[in-house]
Design a protein around this ligand. Structure first.
Ligand SMILES: [Zn+2]
Length: 216
């Protein structure tokens, strides 16, 4: 769905969808390995990763964490994604020219007219699948990484907020405002139905959690 299932009605569209699926799977694994490996280093325990419909979960069973250990374990997921993003930029600058290391990603992410080297332009001309793979990897690791840091439970940003904000009720209030704001921005600014639905749902879920406090 996220990779453009609705456009996969031609062989070319199907190919691009499959590339998106590969890029998403790689990116989720990088993210979860960030959580699991830093968790194993800081708190020990048995690390495991579960992949499911819309992402993954990393566990550190039997791990013992300090508060800062918890923080770094959570931050390591988006951190691994951002590191992966930087690695791709470095590889691009080595493969073509230093300028391509930022100009190519900037063009793909912000659709700006940044000038790339003639070698890079020539290489990617007619190699659209490779460009699509690159675009998917950069997009997922940059934008999803940023969005995942919003203070909305159960996103990583929400789990970080949970470590610092007391009482727990306040965490859900913050999440409702952040998720509601993001849903409105997604509807009006981005015109993305999927992002609107996702954040609308997250705002609703946090509202439900908040309501439970009133019954106690
Ligand atoms: Zn995560």
């Amino acid at each position: 769905m996220l990779g453009g299932l609705n456009q996969a009605n031609t062989p070319e569209g199907l190919k691009l969808l499959l590339i998106s699926v590969v890029a998403t799977t790689i990116s989720i694994l990088v993210h979860e390995f960030g959580h699991a490996l830093v968790g194993r280093r800081l708190g020990g325990g048995h690390a495991s990763i579960t992949l499911w419909a819309f992402g993954g979960l990393a566990y550190n069973q039997g791990g013992r964490f300090t508060k800062s250990g918890h923080f770094w374990r959570i931050a390591a997921g988006p951190g691994a994604g951002f590191a992966f993003f930087i690695l791709i930029c470095l590889l691009l600058s080595l493969a073509f020219s230093p300028r391509d290391g930022w100009a190519l990603p900037a063009n793909l992410l912000f659709s700006g007219g940044f000038k790339v080297s003639p070698q890079a332009a020539e290489f990617f001309l007619g190699r659209y699948p490779i460009l699509h793979l690159l675009y998917s990897l950069l997009w997922i690791n940059f934008w999803w990484g940023m969005v995942n840091l919003l203070p909305v439970i159960p996103l990583d940003g929400g789990r970080i907020a949970e470590l610092f904000i007391r009482p727990q009720k306040r965490v859900h209030q913050v999440a409702i405002v952040a998720a509601g704001g993001m849903a409105i921005y997604a509807a009006v600014g981005m015109q993305s139905i999927y992002t609107t639905l996702l954040f609308g749902y997250l705002a609703y879920r946090n509202y439900q959690s908040l309501k439970e406090y009133h019954w106690q």
